[in-house]
Write a protein that binds this ligand. Sequence first.
Ligand code: OGA
Ligand code: NI
Length: 193
Amino acid sequence: MEKFHHEALEVAKAVARVIALALDLEVDFFDKPEMLGKPIATLRLLHYEGQISDPSKGIFGAGAHSDYGLITLLVTDDVMGLQICKDKDAKPQVWEYVAPIKGAFIVNLGDMLERWSNCLFKSTLHRVLGNGQERYSIAYFVEPSHECLVECLPTCKSEKNPPQFPPIRCDTYLSQRYKDTHADLSVYNKHQT
Ligand code: OGA
Ligand code: NI
């Protein structure tokens, strides 16, 4: 796992260099110490038990979400399950399966990249449906360091296209997202008494 963590970080940095070039930045923009020089990079080892999902009843392997950071590298076994929605604002939303490719990572874009790029890169809305088979996957979340200021990139704003989000420190942003997405335990305690 340590070896995987170490090597996957190099893959993430290589992907970040492509993103930097695509955004007209210096190739090593995301290599700065406060960014991917000292990243928060987390592995999540996932096992889906084989429940059959039913979106109409709200039963999912993982409900629709986007990941919080810069990018997520995902490897899965060959059981289909991951779906993405390319247009988050479409009504109704259209979901398509992403087939796993042996030896390849699936790269999901995160919400911080969306903020950084002023929505030029949209974060990937995704979910997991169970088809009754057990499924294993490894998600590698790549986020900058806690003190990194995530603010609209100079190449992604203009007079006609002002920043859509205020600058925010990575730790402030993450705490806010955790708070928004995790139920407050006191709610359950209240129900029990
Ligand atoms: C996640 C995630 C997808 C998968 O853990 O955030 O989206 O295929 N996982 O398990
Ligand atoms: Ni995810």
